[in-house]
Write a protein that binds this ligand. Structure first.
Ligand code: ACO
Length: 329
């Protein structure tokens, strides 16, 4: 008998209230609204104010997801947070969320797979559910990238934003709904193209181990772009072919929100009409592991995603990592 797969039964998201527009950035670095819009599609991004944190955003998003799922925090069995910008190296964001929600019986851990982290985490949650469909798992993507960005480096500071998205999953009671497949990939040979070296154990903070710019995100944008386009297309086609589906079967593509040109390439390769691709990067920029769950939540709350829809999620990020998840909503 086929085991029950994970079904998303609630979504939530949280964005900081402080907005940084492209015009604001024109006053900080040598850039223009025109350049940022044409090269990326981003118009503004949200960043945390003093007192706001990664775990704080994650908790807000989670409360919404739990409320919509009609599941109490005490019922949760596991909390997984995909993030590359935890509040602390120890403890994890996941245990801070567990404490704040009062999810006293839940295990909790963080997962680091950069922008693909949410799909990695969701795929792991599905594996748990297939062993026990009663499990209730909170999967979060949450980032505060704004203080990992060098605000003097125009090649990166225009791209990123902060935010969190969360979903609650449990075993699907309907055989035709739920998680269909997850494909996870990585290529560590290309790690040097997108880095945040400082403050790990090799180069601890408060030292002069590294040039100051290495304590921030550094990226060889053009190379990342080329690899992202190639990998996202390949993993999208694989997800469909493995399941005997074609792009026409897709109701909504929810890609990682890094660059409109990358999304547009993917849309063209899959020959999808505009209305079948969810895009919100103009409002939030690249929020790394948070971008897909934020988009999912918006798609649900705006009625673009309905029960029974076939949803294809595709991500790519530093590492490199890339991944697909296919779900019958
Ligand atoms: N404003 C104005 N000019 C700029 C800016 C800016 N903000 N940034 C760069 N430029 C200049 C460059 O200096 C360069 O000038 P030059 O030709 O005189 O040398 C010119 O614009 C072109 O630069 P490119 O880097 O070639 O620009 P490109 O068209 O590749 O766009 C971008 C850059 C937007 C970063 C793009 O490469 C990109 O989106 N890359 C992929 C990002 C991505 O997908 N990341 C996902 C993973 S993120 C994660 O894992 C955390």
């Amino acid at each position: 008998m086929k085991s029950a797969s994970a079904l998303i039964v609630g979504t939530g998201s949280a964005l900081p209230s402080k907005v940084i527009t492209n015009q604001d950035l024109e006053k900080i670095v040598d850039t223009s609204d025109e350049w940022i819009t044409q090269r990326t599609g981003i118009k503004e991004r949200r960043i945390v104010a003093p007192g706001e944190s990664n775990s704080g955003l994650a908790v807000k998003a989670s409360r919404l997801a739990l409320e919509r799922a009609q599941i109490a925090p005490e019922e949760l069995d596991l909390i997984i947070v995909a993030t590359l910008t935890p509040d602390y190296l120890m403890p994890s964001v996941a245990v801070l969320v567990q404490k704040e929600l009062g999810a006293h019986k839940a295990g909790a851990f963080d997962l680091s797979a950069t922008c693909s982290g949410f799909i990695y985490a969701l795929t792991i949650a599905d594996k748990f559910i297939r062993t026990d469909p009663q499990l209730k798992i909170l999967v979060i993507g949450s980032e505060v990238l704004s203080n990992k960005v060098n605000w003097q480096d125009r090649t990166t500071c225009v791209l990123f934003g902060d935010g969190a998205g969360a979903v609650v999953v449990t075993g699907s009671k309907e055989p035709n709904r739920g998680f269909i497949s997850g494909h996870l990939y990585a290529d560590g040979n290309l790690w040097h193209l997108l880095t945040l070296k400082g403050c790990g154990s090799l180069y601890p903070p408060c030292g002069d181990h590294l040039p100051p710019e290495e304590y921030y995100i550094r990226m060889q944008g053009r190379e990342v772009f080329k690899n992202a386009v190639r990998a996202m297309e390949a993993v999208a086609l694989e997800a469909l072919q493995t399941n005997g589906l074609t792009p026409e079967d897709v109701d909504l593509l929810v890609p990682h929100q890094a660059n409109m040109r990358i999304i547009e390439h993917l849309r063209e390769r899959l020959a999808l009409p505009l209305e079948k691709v969810y895009v919100n990067l103009q409002k939030y920029g690249n929020t790394s592991a948070a971008s897909i769950p934020i988009a999912l939540d918006e798609a649900v709350t705006t009625g673009k995603l309905r029960p029974g829809d076939l949803v294809l999620m595709i991500a790519f990020g530093g590492g490199f990592t890339w991944a697909s998840a296919l779900i019958r909503w």
